[in-house]
Design a protein around this ligand. Structure first.
Ligand SMILES: *Cc1c(COP(=O)(O)O)cnc(C)c1O
Length: 391
């Protein structure tokens, strides 16, 4: 079956008419992110058994990915990462069924590859010649690699204090890097100012509709790898929130096409850093939007996002799932990286370490129980952050 991608729709939804994906679209006229929609009624005729012979990458779910007119995706083999049953780590913290979804094994070492594979597929389809984005590191590395694979130019805007390996890896793939004094939000402002007049295609988090589509495939894989049953908990380090929002969208789709029966979904846990926790604070206050975090600071670059444009979507997913939000200190992240490494042989970024620290806190509080099944998302690998182990 070909892709069943039909149109784009406001995420609020604000009532604006559907958008034609054959035109460049970034945000809805109301300022909210746009979401890709598919012919889900037709997708009910797509049997999950058809996955058996397909390549082990995220495009195995291509019927519900944004492809138009039979085009081929820009791919480097992203997705279908291992789901490791972490028995030794689970025993150490008191969990029988702890699993690690190891996103470090994606091209450029993080789950950002999924989003950029989808976004740059569309950018190429829309005949863009240059893509641009602000990034703390991983998104820029992924964008640079996929732009190279697609033959597009890539303009990356990074905070000047970004870690050296991230800057160098962008250049490895031929991207042009601009270092910006300030945070990722400042880098985003500059990228938009420079690129707007030049027609650069902006692939900033949630400012185009397709990175979410790549990231939602994490939920499709989880369902397939867990034999079409959901775990009790998904613990996810949250910055801009594309992973949370993407997976929540995927649950809707997977239920609609009947691959997993309607019923309790995983409880979603958003993990943030103690000194940059806008979503945790908004969750605790019962707020619908998250106020920007002042003086954001953490070693987990992917979590140093003081303001997320999709904040209301992240908060919606947490609340509707019966989940929660947890902030953890940086030293607990480093300890988490080391425990994951020593007990499981898995290379974890500080963000992955943060997820472990959050699970331990929720176990201690009695929120997560020993018999619950828990999936820890290790969103990236350790190699570009090894300096944090020396501190
Ligand atoms: C970007 C990033 C995150 C945050 O991802 P979102 O889905 O945008 O919230 C988490 N971990 C790592 C390693 C990242 O690079």
């Amino acid at each position: 079956m070909a892709s069943l991608f039909t149109h784009l729709e406001c995420s609020v939804p604000c009532g604006a008419p559907a958008c034609d994906p054959r035109m460049r679209r970034h945000l809805c006229a109301c300022g909210a992110p746009l979401l890709a929609r598919y012919d889900l009624a037709a997708a009910r005729a797509w049997p999950r058994e058809s996955l058996a012979g397909r390549a082990p990458d995220m495009w195995r779910y291509r019927e519900l990915l944004p492809l138009l007119d039979g085009e081929a995706p820009v791919t480097l083999g992203e997705g279908f990462t291992p789901l490791v049953h972490a028995e030794r780590l689970g025993a150490a913290i008191g969990l029988d069924r702890l699993y690690i979804k190891d996103e470090s094994l994606n091209p450029t070492n993080s789950f950002k590859a999924r989003g950029q594979s989808a976004a740059i597929t569309r950018a190429r389809g829309l005949r863009a010649s240059t893509i641009a984005l602000p990034t703390a590191g991983n998104a820029g590395n992924a964008a640079a690699a996929y732009a190279a694979a697609a033959g597009l130019r890539c303009e990356v805007f990074m905070p000047a204090d970004a870690k050296r390996p991230f800057v160098d890896e962008c250049r490895l793939y031929g991207a042009h890097v601009t270092l910006v004094d300030g945070l990722i939000t400042d880098a985003g402002r500059l990228a938009a100012e420079r690129g707007g007049p030049l027609g650069w295609y902006d692939v900033s988090t949630l400012k185009e509709p397709y990175r979410i589509e790549g990231k939602k495939t994490m939920a499709y894989e989880l369902a397939e790898q867990m034999d079409w049953r959901w775990p009790d908990w998904i613990v996810y380090p949250t910055g801009g929130g594309t992973g949370m929002v993407g997976m929540w969208k995927a649950f809707d789709e997977i239920e609609a096409i009947g691959w997993v029966p309607r019923g309790p979904r995983p409880r979603m846990v958003s993990v943030q850093a103690e000194h940059c926790a806008p979503i945790v604070r908004a969750f605790e206050q019962g707020a619908e939007r998250a106020a920007p975090w002042e003086h954001a600071a953490t070693i987990a670059d992917g979590l140093r996002v003081p303001r997320a444009i999709g904040d209301f979507l992240i908060l919606r997913a947490i609340r509707e799932s019966g989940g929660t939000a947890v902030a953890v200190p940086d030293d607990a992240m480093v300890e988490g990286m080391l425990r994951i490494g020593r007990l499981e042989g898995v290379s974890a970024a500080p963000e992955g370490g943060a997820a472990l620290a959050a699970i331990e806190r929720l176990l201690a509080a009695g929120t997560i129980r020993q018999s619950d099944s828990v999936v820890l998302f290790n969103t990236g690998g350790a190699l570009k952050y090894l300096d944090v182990l020396q501190a």
